[in-house]
Write a protein that binds this ligand. Structure first.
Ligand code: AMP
Length: 382
């Protein structure tokens, strides 16, 4: 017998206070749930702005955690870099979805890569190294170019270093000294894609489809939905997403980022145990969006229809576009456009590379959405 579902006005507990928590909180409150946020950010954080309760404390503050846990019925996380002591405390008292094991595996590149290898899931060839000698040996085996990535707490290209034949390895290793690192073969990809979907408590899965991602300075810049790929590549990507979801016995919304190579191979790059930036288009372009699916999955309900009803392009808005820390760009080209929607995350100050919001541009066809997106980008980024 599956456990009974959580129905409104149950309280959804969210670990983390950023934009992903905010968009989940919005969906939860729309459906009549209550929301409690636990975050180490300052009061009034993006998710806290839509919460019934916001607790601001360190993730290892047991007294604050106990207060949070006494207020919630079910707990999820809006980012993966949550200390294990916190996950343990939550797991001992309330349903944690996805599980501590799924978050623990995917919050650390070494554990994630070993999971992929164990499950036989295609990814770039890699070695785990702890010192310069092991790095040299790994590169001898993998060949140039390679990329060194910190095992712990890396995202959006942070803690990464590409090495070529002319790179001084001793210098490159300096910033990784004393840590575990993953050395990965460089993948000469033709495009980057991702799959966002959800898995329910009873193991049913629903994915939004495959989207194409363009990055600038390692941060997502544009998502094109659906991806301009062949059905055979899309099938491989969907199979890989399913293999990861089943392998982790995952419950909730999960994203898998993938590389497509020139010879039509699809390789897993990264797993995100939460909704994902590349799934934001689903808010405006899918019957059920990634946050509604997350809510249904963690509450033990049947997933909604994830299918896409309009072609879409998502433009990420980083703080770099803001003329000043608190001075907004002129949003009128978006707000006056009949098929563009502005989403801002309520962050008090803009900073370089900080994710401040996104724009979704819809179209009857993908080329129409791409044309409108280019027009809006020209107007905003001019
Ligand atoms: P990550 O933080 O691992 O997702 O990496 C950020 C970006 O760096 C990816 O989206 C790719 O554009 C690039 N990248 C990371 N790993 C590799 C690799 N092994 N080969 C080629 N590009 C990579």
């Amino acid at each position: 017998m599956p456990p009974p579902p959580f129905l409104p006005p149950a309280t959804i507990g969210i670990l983390g206070g950023g934009q992903l928590g905010r968009m989940l909180a919005l969906e939860a409150r729309r459906a009549g749930y209550r929301v409690a946020i636990f975050t180490d950010e300052s009061p009034g954080c993006p998710a806290g702005q839509f919460a019934d309760l916001e607790i601001n404390a360190r993730y290892d503050d047991q007294a604050a955690l106990a207060r949070f846990l006494s207020a919630v019925d079910v707990v999820t996380a809006e980012f993966e870099n949550i200390p294990d002591v916190c996950l343990q405390a939550v797991e001992g008292l309330k349903p944690l979805r996805p599980s501590r094991k799924a978050i623990h595996t995917t919050q650390h590149r070494e554990r994630e890569k070993l999971f992929l290898r164990d499950q036989g899931i295609a990814c770039a060839a890699f070695r785990i190294v702890e010192n310069l000698a092991e790095l040299q040996q790994a590169i001898l085996e993998l060949g140039f170019p390679c990329v060194i990535k910190t095992a712990a707490f890396g995202y959006d290209g942070k803690g990464q270093c590409k090495v070529n034949a002319d790179t001084d390895l001793a210098t490159a290793w300096q910033s990784f000294e004393g840590h575990h690192a993953v050395v990965e073969q460089w993948v000469p990809f033709v495009c980057e894609i991702s799959v966002v979907g959800a898995r329910s408590v009873d193991g049913r899965m629903a994915v939004h489809g495959v989207v194409e991602n363009q990055h600038a300075h390692h941060i997502l810049d544009l998502t094109i939905a659906p991806a301009r790929i062949t059905p055979a590549i899309a099938d491989q990507a969907l199979e890989l997403w399913e293999a990861v979801a089943v392998g982790l016995d995952y419950v909730g919304t999960m994203a898998v980022e993938l590389f497509v190579t020139a010879d039509d191979q699809v390789l897993v790059n990264e797993i995100a145990p939460r909704p994902h930036n590349s799934g934001h288009y689903s808010i405006d372009a899918c019957r059920f969006n990634q946050f509604q699916q997350q809510l249904r999955a963690i509450c033990g309900l049947t997933l909604g229809d994830p299918s896409q009803h309009s072609a879409a392009v998502m433009i990420n808005l980083l703080g770099d576009v803001w003329p000043g820390a608190t001075v907004h760009p002129d949003w009128s080209p978006v707000l006056n456009h009949p098929r563009a929607k502005l989403h801002l995350y309520g962050k008090a100050e803009a900073r370089a590379k900080r994710k401040m919001g996104h724009i979704t541009v819809l179209g009857d066809t993908l080329s129409e959405a791409l044309e409108s997106a280019a027009e809006i980008k020209r107007a905003i980024f001019a």
